[in-house]
Every structure is written in C-alpha cells, then in structure tokens.
Design a protein around this ligand. Structure first.
Ligand SMILES: Cc1cc2nc3c(=O)[nH]c(=O)nc-3n(C[C@H](O)[C@H](O)[C@H](O)COP(=O)(O)OP(=O)(O)OC[C@H]3O[C@@H](n4cnc5c(N)ncnc54)[C@H](O)[C@@H]3O)c2cc1C
Length: 494
C-alpha cells in the first residue's frame, strides 16, 4: 500500500468511526522511573499501563476494515481483535486472542521493535502517533501475571497460569536451544499434541531473554512465567544439556526423536581485531551481560560474581546490545560510561526508545568515533585510543560508510571496555554435524518458509539461521518450523 492509499484508507476509516473515536486523543504515555533514580537500580524502567490508561489507549484504535498492523506483525497476531476485546474490557479474552499466535506476550510487549513492525502500519501513524500496540499487549499479559502473584502472596491457592499441564501423546520432537525460537517451536508442537523436549546448554532456559537482555528492560520473573506457560502446554525442558557434547544429533534420533529443531542462536561474540583486546578488563558484551544477568553480578554481595566494575567504562557499538551493556555499567556504579559508535546517531541500529533512555541515564555518546588501540598497565586496560570518523558514500547496508579522519586520534581513559559489535552463529553444535550445509558466514542454510535444512528430519530457525535479529523473528521461525515438522512427521515427506 502506498502512502497515498494509506491516507485515503485512513480518511475512510476515520469517517466511519463513532463520535468518541473521532475525539482526538493523543497516545497515552507510559509511566517510567525517574532517570536519576533508575540509573542506580535494576528495576524495570517502564512501569506499564493502568487499566484506565489501557482503555484510553485502546479507544484510539479505529478498527480498520483491512488492518495493516496484522500484516506488520511477523507472527500475525489478530491485533484488531485483541484491541477490540480490550475496548469491551474483556481482558482475559484479549490475552487468549494474542496467545492464539504468540505464546510470549509479556516479553514481546516489552522488547519487540513495534515501531518498525505493527505500529509502523497503523493508519493513525499517517497523521499522528500510531496506537501503542506493544504497550496494550504488555498490559493484558501483565494483568494476568499480577493476578497470579496476588493469589500466591495471599496464599489462597496455588494458581497455575494456564491450568494443568497438558499431556501430549504424539511423536517425540527434540528442540535444541531454549531462546524464543526454541520456546515457540516447542509450544506450537505441544499444542498439536507432539511430545517436545527442549535441550538447553545453560542452567536456565530463555536464551538471550535471560542471559542477554537486562533485568531493567525485561524482568527475569516475567520470562520465567512465560516459560512456565510453555511448560504447562506439555513441553519438557532439560537444562545443562550441551547438544554436540553431552548428546549428539544421532543420539537424539536413536532415542526415538522423530525430528530435531536447531535454535542455538548467535552466541559467538565478534571482536575488532585491534591491539590490546586481550588485556584484562576488555569483555565481549556477551560475557559482560551474562555475568551481570545470569550470574547475578548486580546482586553483590549476595552473589560474589567476579566482574567488571569500573569507574570509567566504554562500550563499543550502536545496537541494543551496546546500549544494554552501557546502561548495565551505569547501574553497576560507573561514574562515566561512554558509548563509542563509528557512525552518527541516525544510523544507530538500537531502538529509538532505548537511545532516549540511555541519554536520560547520562550515558555519554562518543559518535563518529572508532577505537584503534587499547593500552594497559600490568596486564590491565587503562585507556583506549580512538579516531574521529566522518560519513562517506553509502555501503552495502545502505548506511553511509564511516571513514577515519586522518590525524584525529585521541585517548579515553577507561577501566573497562565492552565490545558490542555483533555476534555470529554459535559453533558448538554445528561444528559436530559436517553434513549440515552452512552459509558463508557459518549460519545454517534453511528454508525461510519451513526451516528445513540439508539433513533429513533436521529443521532450524532463529538467529542461528538469520544471524543476530529479533525476538519476534525468531519466534516466527519457530512457529513455521513446527508446522513443517508436523507435515514431515505425518507424511514422511521432506
Ligand atoms: C543484549 C541483547 C539485547 C537484545 N535486545 C533485543 C530487543 O530489545 N528486541 C528484540 O527483538 N531482540 C533483541 N535482541 C535479539 C534477540 O534477543 C535475538 O534475536 C533472539 O533471542 C534470538 O532467539 P534464538 O531463539 O534464535 O536464540 P537465543 O535467544 O540466542 O537462544 C539460543 C539458546 O540456545 C542455547 N544453545 C546454544 N548452543 C547449544 C547447544 N549446543 N546445546 C543446547 N543449547 C544450546 C543457548 O544457550 C541459548 O539459550 C537482543 C539480543 C541481545 C544479545
């Protein structure tokens, strides 16, 4: 649909709306912790809508005949339908409507880049601000969770969010990796009656949702509860199981699994290859965030995790991972946190909301700047030499290529440096399966529609196929693969 078509449709739909819908209501703001307070704690930054906020925001939706928002959602949630149920105050039904397509709504309501997906297609965005679809999704999911928590604190009953665990009776399917792709694939298979087992290498399930995205953006309790929902559907989760080491893919087939879904993510950090990266105090974002999140470094002294505190911390990169690292460093007590990024703010891949939050939390942006050398004393980093950059012609990504400005080098004194310049496919498992076809970058070659790989009975999806992407795209891949696995098991045709 072109911009003009969208505008025409907007006018048509808007005319159809009743009087109260025509009333101009601006997008309802999300309450947040004060930046000066929140940059010293790990509690969630955004506080969520109240019922009144949610009803008011839902009332802005004009219920388009051909809703673009649904097409903008990679898992095609019936957004129009769930918002209409909120308008009628049928909150439980609204959540069920979302869950028809998405088993992790409290997570997606928080971390999906809605501004580039469903909300981008919202007709209200033509003239003003789109409906806050993500915030409404979060509201209905959180509402159910808070009810459960109240039950538990009151001791009245042990509430099981989704009733008793379902019993699945069909064939066994193995899922490797418990990030959003694996959890979704497992959940979809269980809904179809398959006995799905997710094998996870770490001691906690959730993938990046647990070890990467920090508590202040995605509370771990929320992730735990959404994983409980998946378990209640009948999915088994086995942690501390490194497939490729503890068991091979062959072992899985030998023990009766009819198909395997590989969703091992992009957990291999990239470094810049500049001198000094081996000094103590230089971390990959992956290690830094895992120590902070999964090993609870932020709970010092209760958890004595060796880490990473520095008075002056620099983070290299411009994506969500870089901002998460910088904001974590601030909360761990750093006085100065620098974000070093080689392009300008316009080219930063992180979400606008995260950039704004980081600025409010006093992260110092060093834009058009690139590290060239790290120096240290007694094996520990003490400064990073940087060079100023300017933007040249667009590169293959369409963004203007950063070019060094000769003679513009300068030093920044730091105690800790975190590299957040991207991650590649986790090689641990795939290096043990030579018959699996890979791309040049080392990702698994798989059909974008079905997740089928070059190996019979083996499917793959999420970051291990696409490269580092988003939660919702990983979930979409898990869902597509579950359908294809069902076809494969029923028909035996690959
Ligand atoms: C810090 C950070 C912030 C991010 N922020 C956002 C955001 O705000 N919004 C967004 O949409 N996306 C965000 N992303 C990206 C998003 O989290 C990923 O795209 C998504 O998690 C990919 O899902 P996945 O299931 O493919 O893999 P992962 O989430 O990486 O999960 C893979 C799992 O497989 C396990 N595994 C690996 N090898 C084995 C093995 N051999 N045996 C058993 N298990 C194994 C791993 O331990 C891991 O638990 C962020 C990523 C990071 C790192």
């Amino acid at each position: 649909m072109t911009g003009i078509d969208r505008e025409k449709e907007f006018k048509k739909e808007y005319k159809k709306g009743n009087e109260s819908k025509k009333e101009k209501i601006s997008r309802v703001a999300m309450p947040e912790q004060d930046p000066a307070v929140r940059n010293k704690n790990f509690s969630e930054v955004t506080l969520g809508y109240s019922e009144e906020d949610a009803l008011r925001e839902a009332s802005r939706c004009i219920q388009c005949k051909n809703p673009g928002c649904i097409k903008g959602c990679p898992v095609e949630i019936d957004i129009k339908g769930f918002i209409s149920l909120i308008q009628e105050k049928k909150f439980d039904e609204a959540l069920e409507k979302i869950r028809e397509r998405n088993g992790l709504p409290a997570i997606c309501g928080r971390v999906c880049p809605q501004e580039d997906q469903c909300e981008k297609e919202c007709i209200l965005g033509v003239k003003g601000e789109p409906v806050a679809i993500g915030r409404l999704e979060r509201y209905v999911a959180d509402r159910e969770m808070s009810r459960e928590m109240n039950h538990i604190t009151e001791g009245t009953e042990k509430c099981n969010m989704s009733g008793v665990t379902r019993e699945c009776t069909k064939e066994k399917v193995a899922v490797i990796g418990s990030g959003p792709a694996g959890l979704t694939c497992g959940a979809e298979l269980a809904k179809m009656g398959y006995r799905a087992t997710i094998f996870e290498a770490l001691h906690k399930p959730g993938g990046v949702l647990v070890y990467g995205i920090p508590e202040f953006r995605l509370p771990k309790e929320i992730v735990r509860k959404e994983i409980d929902y998946v378990k209640n559907l009948g999915v088994k989760v086995e942690v501390n199981m490194v497939i490729g080491k503890a068991l091979t893919i062959g072992d899985l087939f030998d023990s009766g699994f009819k198909a395997v879904f590989i969703s091992t993510g992009a957990g291999l950090p990239y470094f810049m290859g500049i001198p000094g990266e081996n000094l103590n105090g230089v971390y990959s974002a992956n290690e830094y965030l895992t120590r902070a999140n999964l090993m609870k470094a932020y709970c010092f002294p209760e958890y004595d995790t060796p880490i990473i505190k520095g008075r002056r911390v620099a983070v290299v990169g411009g994506g969500n991972v870089a901002l998460d690292s910088a904001r974590t460093a601030k909360r761990l007590g750093a006085e100065n946190v620098y974000l070093i990024y080689r392009r300008s703010e316009k080219e930063m891949p992180a979400r606008d909301e995260e950039i704004e939050h980081a600025r409010e939390e006093e992260i110092e942006f060093k834009l058009l700047t690139n590290p060239v050398k790290i120096s240290g004393k007694n094996g520990r980093i003490n400064k990073v030499k940087c060079i100023k950059m300017e933007l040249g012609e667009p590169d293959l990504s369409g963004r203007r290529r950063p070019v060094p400005v000769e003679g513009s080098e300068f030093d920044i004194e730091v105690d800790v440096l975190v590299m957040a310049i991207g991650q590649g496919p986790n090689p641990l498992l795939i290096s043990t399966i030579p018959e699996l076809e890979l791309t040049e970058k080392g990702n698994i070659k798989a059909s974008p529609v079905t997740g089928k790989t070059s190996m019979k009975g083996v499917f793959a999806g999420g970051d291990i196929v696409s490269g580092a992407a988003t939660v919702i795209l990983a979930m979409g891949a898990g869902k597509d693969a579950a359908r294809a696995i069902d076809d494969y098991i029923r028909t035996g045709i690959l």
